[in-house]
Write a protein that binds this ligand. Structure first.
Ligand code: ADP
Ligand code: MG
Length: 289
């Protein structure tokens, strides 16, 4: 499993570092249990994600160039921008897949993302959904949600079998939320593309992330599925924080949150959709290329 591998690489990669060099004691808990202990994110300043001066270079080319961005707790933020703007690279930095060459990245007040491994970041409460749905096609919808939870809770379950009812309730709640309650016993492989995307979002939700990163979630969806997805995201905001990369402007409009326009690895404009769409610099990058 991914987490065990992560645990090993953490231990190997950071061996020799003094424990007091470690933010929040993550090194020790990961190395000993494979989980991040006490992973409550500190939202005392109402900010869930803080990026400042992030630069990522690929062979001298700056995919992110001094990028600064703040996401409030409970916010639903859309990121738009032309191809190659750095949107996916930004998500790679937040999830620990890519290390920035410079800059600061904090999850809440205390967790320094640039010093955490990918599994530590996932356990701390950042969930990412890639563009392509990756559900277990030969398992039912219910089983997919159950499996998503198991990786996380298997130790606790072995100790307290009675948690089972509580877990079933959580699965039922999630099924309703992603509008698949009537499809719980169908094989995931039989779902439409849009339903598979919802199932994967449900699988993410089973891990109880505080911050969700979604890269082009409505690509390939029907208009109706796109509308339902907007409703789902709006309903998740508040309890969760969401960062959504999307090209579909009707969807962005339906989400109704603040919009950040990225271009050439930096923030070009930020505000509500109408104001960024009226910004001459934004019009220039969309029409001028
Ligand atoms: N691993 C990589 N190696 C070299 N260049 C990369 C790599 N990943 C991304 N890039 C480049 O960085 C820029 C930003 O890419 P990306 O973050 O995927 O943009 P977006 O998601 O906004 O389309 C692009 O020019 C892309 O070619
Ligand atoms: Mg991309």
């Amino acid at each position: 499993m991914r987490f065990e591998e992560g645990g090993v690489s953490v231990a190997a990669g950071r061996a020799g570092r003094a424990p007091d060099d470690d933010p929040g004691g993550l090194w020790e808990s990961e190395a000993t249990t494979g989980h991040v202990a006490g992973g409550e994110v500190d939202l005392s300043h109402k900010v869930i994600l803080y990026l400042d001066g992030i630069t990522v270079s690929f062979d001298g080319f700056k995919a992110l160039n001094d990028l600064s961005l703040t996401i409030d707790a409970g916010e639903l933020r859309c990121i738009i921008g032309p191809n190659g703007a750095g949107k996916t690279t930004m998500m790679d930095v937040i999830t620990g897949k890519t290390r920035p060459d410079a800059g600061t990245a904090f999850f809440g007040q205390t967790m320094d993302l640039t010093r955490m491994t990918e599994p530590q970041i996932a356990h701390a409460g950042i969930g990412r959904k890639f563009q392509k749905p990756t559900v277990f096609e030969r398992h039912t919808v219910f089983e997919n949600l159950e499996l998503a939870m198991k990786a996380d809770k298997r130790v606790r379950r072995a100790l307290f079998a009675r948690l089972r009812n509580e877990e079933r309730d959580r699965i039922a709640e999630t099924l309703e939320r992603i509008r698949l309650d009537r499809d719980a016993d169908r094989d995931a492989g039989l779902l439409s593309h849009g339903q598979k995307q919802w199932l994967e979002i449900g699988m993410l939700l089973m891990q109880e992330p505080r911050l969700l990163l979604l890269d082009e979630p409505v690509a390939g969806m029907t208009d109706e599925e796109t509308e339902r997805t907007a409703e789902l995201f709006v309903s998740l905001a508040g309890e969760h924080s969401l960062v959504v990369v999307e090209h579909d402007m009707r969807f962005v409009e339906a989400l109704g949150g603040k919009v950040t326009v990225l271009c050439d690895g930096e923030v070009l404009a930020e505000g509500d959709l109408a104001s960024v769409q009226a910004d001459p610099r934004v019009i220039e990058v969309y029409l001028g290329r």
